[in-house]
Design a protein around this ligand. Structure first.
Ligand SMILES: Cc1cc2nc3c(=O)[nH]c(=O)nc-3n(C[C@H](O)[C@H](O)[C@H](O)COP(=O)(O)OP(=O)(O)OC[C@H]3O[C@@H](n4cnc5c(N)ncnc54)[C@H](O)[C@@H]3O)c2cc1C
Length: 401
């Protein structure tokens, strides 16, 4: 007899959203993770989580389907109405400007704190009787023809039909399954921090491809605040992290030949910066490689990418939406652990994941290349794209799905 229909491991946004989505199908879920509390409580104008995400419409739709979007504090969500991407020539013409108005859509994206999303997911799961949470770490699991059993650090054991690994980019479950996962280290670290800015950002997100191959993004936050993601070389990132708040603020202002300051005015850093190593990674399989695959990878456990396009979580939430849809629409004679259903999930996620990983990887490579010819060509390319409304609409459609 199985105690649960499924066990979800990992309490990042993907794991929490998966639990809520699948509980709506009446499935009995055990959710195991060592850290359910996001740690940061974003409830005043001084405390802003430095982990900030640009969410696409597919993510907004999923959060809405699980009744989380409406429950969020919308005064802490910033709509992106414009996006400006600058080349490394320092010339204003080498810029692509995406505008929600020109594309006749209400917004390009939403900018939201990670802690805010997690906190709202936590509140929603309290009202979901089908989810049981256990604060513990999974140390081992055994998969048989009948079920899958997980063992935890505290010495507990639980069984279910299916195990969903939402345990992040270093997924211990993926490692134990020995699923081949090629990793491409970008040799860059993302330094993230929030700033108060002097000038009104008008809902514009900016990204500068700098002439040393680094990428600086400033995303708008409510109340004249900005969130920075500086994808810097590893050594440079360490230097940036050691700077005083005042020096880091002036360093950001003077980046991109001073064009940052032209847009933002003076910047004042809010609480200390954080950093994240950047790598591309894709598991070769996202269901366990055996005849009865009872284990499924989801979110960063299955794929990770450079944040230059702000798409990693969006991709993970599309994994969640797809799995939810497949379970909802499966034939009545199939159960959720039917290998046919799980293979459908693997096939369904392949194209989206590959396309996004390829595009972000190629963009990163294009801009890290220091050859004079490539540099001229890419800046020319940007100004040509900028002149074509058709191309820009195509790019927006792809990026916003
Ligand atoms: C600088 C930066 C900026 C980004 N910006 C964006 C953006 O704008 N838009 C976007 O869409 N994406 C963005 N991303 C990507 C995004 O951060 C990730 O895709 C997302 O956080 C992945 O969530 P996840 O829940 O899959 O994994 P994680 O958040 O890593 O969660 C994994 C969970 O598993 C738990 N766990 C691990 N091992 C065990 C175990 N043995 N037992 C139990 N639990 C375990 C962990 O404790 C954790 O709770 C960005 C990434 C970076 C680095």
């Amino acid at each position: 007899m199985n105690s649960y229909d499924l066990i979800i491991v990992g309490a990042g946004i993907t794991g929490k959203a998966t639990a809520l989505r699948l509980a709506r199908l009446g499935l009995k879920i055990l959710h195991v993770a060592p850290n359910f509390d996001p740690g940061i409580h974003c409830n005043d104008d001084l405390t802003w989580d430095s982990r900030i995400y640009a969410l696409s419409s597919s993510s907004q739709q999923l959060l809405s389907d699980i009744k989380v979007w409406e429950a969020m504090d919308h005064s802490r969500i910033q709509i992106v109405s414009d996006m400006r991407v600058f080349g490394d020539s320092g010339q204003a013409k080498d810029e692509i400007h995406f505008s929600a108005y020109s594309a006749t859509i209400p917004q390009l994206a939403w900018i939201i704190e990670a802690g805010h999303i997690e906190k709202t997911l936590d509140a929603a799961s309290q009202f979901q009787g089908n989810i049981q949470r256990i604060t513990d770490t999974v140390t081992d699991f055994v998969s048989t023809k009948e079920n899958v059993t997980v063992h935890t650090q505290a010495g507990q054991s639980f069984s279910s039909k299916l195990l969903l690994a939402a345990d992040g980019a270093k997924s211990p479950i993926r490692e134990k399954l020995q699923i081949q996962t090629p990793i491409n280290d970008y040799g860059q670290t993302a330094v993230v921090a929030n700033f108060e800015c002097e000038l009104d950002h008008q809902g514009t997100a900016c990204q500068w491809f700098l002439d040393n191959g680094e990428i600086l993004a400033l995303l708008p936050l409510p109340n004249k605040k900005l969130s920075m993601v500086w994808s810097a070389g590893v050594v440079h990132a360490e230097q940036l992290l050691k700077l005083s708040p005042e020096t880091l603020s002036t360093t950001v202002m003077s980046a991109a030949l001073g064009s940052v300051q032209q847009r933002t005015g003076s910047l004042k850093m809010m609480p200390p910066p954080k950093s994240y190593p950047l790598r591309k990674m894709k598991a070769e399989r996202i269901i366990a490689p055996d005849h009865h695959p009872r284990i499924v990878l989801i979110g960063d456990a299955a794929h990770a990418m450079h944040p230059l396009a702000g798409q990693g979580l969006n991709l993970g939430l599309r994994d969640v939406a797809t799995l939810g849809q497949l379970f909802e629409n499966k034939e009545s004679f199939r159960d959720i652990d039917d290998p046919v259903v799980l293979r459908r999930y693997e096939r369904a996620r392949h194209g989206d994941t590959d396309a996004l990983l390829f595009t972000t990887d190629q963009l990163q490579k294009l801009f890290v290349n220091q050859s004079g010819f490539i540099k001229t060509a890419r800046n020319l390319g940007m100004s040509l794209v900028n002149r074509s409304q058709f191309l820009k609409r195509q790019l927006i459609q792809k990026a916003l799905s």
